[in-house]
Design a binder for this molecule. Structure first.
Ligand SMILES: Cc1cc2nc3c(=O)[nH]c(=O)nc-3n(C[C@H](O)[C@H](O)[C@H](O)COP(=O)(O)OP(=O)(O)OC[C@H]3O[C@@H](n4cnc5c(N)ncnc54)[C@H](O)[C@@H]3O)c2cc1C
Length: 554
């Protein structure tokens, strides 16, 4: 135990400083239990660092997409949950285990902040990482955080709005195709929620034929949830999704995505503008930087949750590999994280008092998964299996009872009741702000833009090749190919006119996309930038004119 230093640098108390990194179930419940032990006289002071000032109830995130619960119904303010914990709403940048300090990001001030600790609890969960699948980082939507759910909901409503004014039936069908990757609990729940929401919302759009809506769930196994549940329940879940009109692409993985399609492992392409991926997550980068032993990206712990190879460092939740009594390790679920937290808090205090730390002994209460249309599946200890409406009622009852705080429970109950009687609310939240430069991926043969399209962006080639074709008299002719480091799309932006050529990927193509508004701001403000692009546009226009002049069919 050492003397704590307060935020102003002064000496405070001879208490053990426990710093908890992460405000998910693992971190928040550890801090909560430490607070309770503190109230009973335990000599600890607790700080918690999290990038958001709220705890998200992840099991209900799919309901946010569907609008069954309100956007803020699933979150609990940390300051109301943790009354005796010093809260730092900042980014954890790194941990120096030898100096025993955590470095926090600068936040609104220019200075980084160091937080000393006697005990460190690592509860940083894991992260979504789409690297490794071409086109995923640019075009797949993640589903893990509250922001992800809001983003997906906004995107889906945007797609409905845009489809309603598209007269080209092929393009409209592409826009109305929604692809979800991953047939585990998250994937099935998001596919079911999305399917229910879109099919209900589309009734408000007179120009969209409801039969054109497609929701496709891509899963590598022979049935959804086959790794999570017994075969009979997995078969029930698979049939329940199919009955709701969800197309199942089973035995398939997604191997690439582009701005226009999702590519399956058997080579098939699904034309779409919406791809949601719930593929397994990756280790948190801060955890990776610690240099401590990990297995599959999770910190190796002993049964008391002490991290191997580091004194006074503990881990809890999804980022921790904690052995269970039977020899297996704890699965990454909220029910385990919440219970690990209680044992961990007691162990931290015990390590400074009587030294009697305990092993984590919980093995699980069962598994529950919602399937849409008021159906669910439940597998409980003792081989009890429930499916259909009773399982759905159990799903809602269990998760409702787990919501932290009475006000959260009241809000969710009101949302569920109003959802039963009121129509859906397909309102797109415009959060403002420019898009900024983004990256896009195109598969070979895909069109970047067509002659005559509105010119709304500039493209800079990062890798791959693109062909440029123009119509001269008889028909489109190849006017050139472009490669890494070259630009296209500037002529329409500079001339404020429609695209004068069609561009198509010849190879897998990665481009940086600069929106027209940002291009104009740069061109208006930087003379050199504008001159450079005007010169390229002039040379290309001269070359086109020469080609047109020599073409006998013009
Ligand atoms: C969509 C979805 C549905 C789920 N449904 C269920 C379910 O029905 N039942 C169930 O038991 N489990 C479910 N889970 C799993 C469960 O939510 C997780 O196991 C649990 O949340 C893990 O808690 P954790 O504290 O370990 O990590 P997390 O909840 O991921 O919390 C980690 C926290 O650390 C913060 N953080 C990370 N890096 C930094 C950094 N560098 N700086 C500052 N803060 C940082 C994050 O912002 C986050 O708040 C679901 C998960 C998802 C994604």
């Amino acid at each position: 135990m050492s003397t704590a230093v307060d935020r102003a640098g002064g000496r405070r108390s001879a208490r053990t400083r426990v710093v908890v990194l992460g405000g998910g179930f693992g971190g928040v419940y550890t801090a909560l239990h430490l607070e309770r032990l503190l109230a009973k006289g335990a000599p600890v002071e607790v700080s918690l660092v999290n990038r958001e000032n709220y705890l998200v109830f992840q099991p209900m995130l799919a309901e946010v997409i569907a609008g069954d619960v309100g956007i803020l119904d699933t979150v609990s303010p940390l300051r109301q949950l943790l009354r005796r914990t010093d809260l730092f709403v900042r980014e954890v940048e790194g941990v120096d285990l030898s100096r025993r300090v955590v470095t926090l990001g600068a936040g609104l001030t220019p200075q980084a902040h160091e937080l000393p600790f006697d005990h460190l609890v690592i509860a940083l969960g894991n992260v979504t990482d789409f690297r490794g699948v071409p086109g995923f980082p640019e075009h797949a939507l993640a589903f893990k955080t509250l922001a992800d759910s809001v983003r997906i909901r906004n995107h889906v409503i945007h797609v409905l709005e845009q489809s309603s004014v598209v007269s080209d039936a092929d393009l409209r069908r592409t826009m109305l195709t929604f692809v979800v990757a991953g047939g585990g609990f998250s994937g099935t729940e998001v596919a079911a929620a999305l399917n229910g929401f879109v099919r209900r919302a589309v009734r408000d759009y007179r120009s969209i034929p409801p039969r054109e809506v497609r929701v496709v769930l891509v899963h590598s196994g022979a049935s959804v949830l086959e790794r999570e549940l017994t075969p009979s329940l997995a078969a029930y879940a698979t049939a329940a999704l199919a009955e709701q009109g969800i197309e199942l692409a089973l035995g398939q993985r997604l191997v690439a995505a582009s701005a226009q399609s999702a590519v399956l492992s058997d080579g098939r392409r699904i034309s779409t503008r919406t791809l949601i991926s719930t593929v397994p997550s990756s280790p948190n980068p801060v955890v990776e930087q610690l240099g401590l032993p990990t297995e599959r990206g999770r910190l190796v712990c002993d049964p008391t949750m002490a991290v191997e190879g580091a004194d006074g460092v503990w881990a809890v939740g999804d980022c921790a590999l904690i052995p269970m009594p039977g020899g297996q390790s704890c699965p990454p679920t909220a029910q385990h994280a919440i219970r690990q937290a209680k044992t961990l808090a007691a162990n931290i205090v015990a390590s400074h008092t009587d030294g009697r730390t305990r092993s984590f002994a919980f093995t699980g209460l069962g598994k529950l998964g919602a399937l849409g249309h008021h159906r669910a599946v439940a597998e409980l200890p003792g081989g009890v299996r429930i499916a259909g409406v009773p399982a759905w009622l159990m799903w809602r009852g269990v998760y409702w009872s787990k919501l932290p705080g009475a006000s959260r429970k009241a809000r969710v109950a009101i949302s569920w009741l109003s959802d039963l009687v009121l129509p859906p609310h397909p309102v797109q939240l415009n959060l403002g702000g420019g898009r900024g430069a983004t990256q896009a991926h195109f598969e070979p043969g895909e069109t970047v833009f067509n002659e005559g399209d509105t010119g709304d962006s500039l493209f800079m080639i990062l890798s791959g090749r693109v062909e440029v074709r123009k119509r001269f008299g008889a028909g489109p002719q190849l006017v050139g190919t472009l490669g890494p480091g070259e630009y296209f799309g500037e002529m329409a932006l500079l001339g404020r006119r429609p695209r004068s050529a069609t561009t198509r990927a010849l190879t897998p193509l990665d481009v940086l996309v600069l929106p027209g508004s940002d291009f104009s701001a740069l061109a208006d403000g930087l003379v050199e930038f504008r001159t450079e692009f005007e010169q390229i546009a002039r040379l290309r226009a001269e070359s086109d004119a020469a080609r047109a002049a020599s073409d006998p069919s013009v």
